[in-house]
Design a protein around this ligand. Structure first.
Ligand SMILES: [Zn+2]
Length: 266
């Protein structure tokens, strides 16, 4: 396992964002500042509160975010030690960047949808990583963003997966697994029955409360991803938490309209 990764300091860029958290019943939504593709933004890992106060973390942010997550769980009245499992929506680095650190700190199990497992264990190369040749070309550019340089030169994440999930699996608290492939082959979303809260990962995005489809340039199989949006629109959903965009309240009509809009598109 890789330890000691230092997230390059871009404090001035991140200063205008502060880490926060928001509680929606049994769902704790973390709001963590991060630099993604050289651009500052906010990402939203989630912690699900189980019946016995056991926490299930859904995604783990970029490398170096263990401290932020620990602090915000603390603000919600929990400790990192209460995290017993991590569910990975998919293997993109902004979702599994701190997975090794979380597992090392907590001994939590890692669960992922079956087709995603080899990407999390490191058996397969990350799907969207540039080829080794492309990486060499990028690294020769002296103006390459330092965060991107650090991402390209770090050891890949390799974490054992304890449980391969399947579509329709019911998890503790009756949280339902929904396979939402397209953004990656084994992308999953979760439906929390209390409050009908959909944790969409990157199967959906949002901005200022408006729901959008997956980011096209980061979605290798767009037709499958649009099918996934239509699947999600058939669920009984009240609130959506997207990883990039956060909480969307009263989302049912928006989600159906979005699925209709994507209908017939390539
Ligand atoms: Zn993402």
């Amino acid at each position: 396992m890789t330890t000691g990764f230092r997230y390059p300091r871009q404090v001035s860029l991140l200063a205008r964002y502060a880490a926060r958290m928001m509680r929606l019943g049994d769902v704790i939504v973390l709001e963590l500042p991060a630099i993604l593709m050289g651009t500052p933004g906010v990402i939203h890992p989630v912690a699900l509160v189980g019946p016995d106060h056991v926490l299930t973390l859904v995604d783990t942010g970029m490398p170096g975010m263990l401290g932020d997550m620990t602090r915000e769980l603390g603000a919600a009245g929990f400790t990192l030690g209460q995290v017993r499992r991590v569910i990975v929506t998919h293997h993109d680095l902004d979702h599994i960047g701190s997975l090794e650190a979380v597992v090392q700190a907590t001994g939590a199990e890692v669960w992922a949808l079956e087709p995603e497992v080899p990407y999390v264990t490191g058996e397969r190369r990350a799907q969207k990583l540039p080829s080794p040749e492309q990486v060499q070309v990028m690294l020769r550019d002296p103006d390459l963003n330092p965060v991107t340089r650090a991402m390209l030169t770090r050891e890949p994440v390799r974490v054992p997966v304890s449980r391969a999930l399947r579509d329709g699996d019911l998890l503790p608290g009756n949280v339902r697994v929904i396979a939402t492939p397209g953004h990656t082959p084994g992308h999953l979303s979760l439906l929390v029955p209390t409050g009908n809260i959909l944790i969409s990962g990157d199967a959906l995005t949002s901005q200022d409360g408006a729901l959008h489809g997956p980011l096209a340039r980061a979605t290798p199989d767009l037709p499958a991803a649009h099918d996934s949006v239509r699947r999600l629109a058939r669920q009984d959903v009240q609130t959506v938490v997207t990883y990039h965009g956060g909480v969307v309240s009263d989302a049912a009509a928006q989600l159906r309209a979005l699925a209709d809009r994507l209908d017939g598109s390539p």
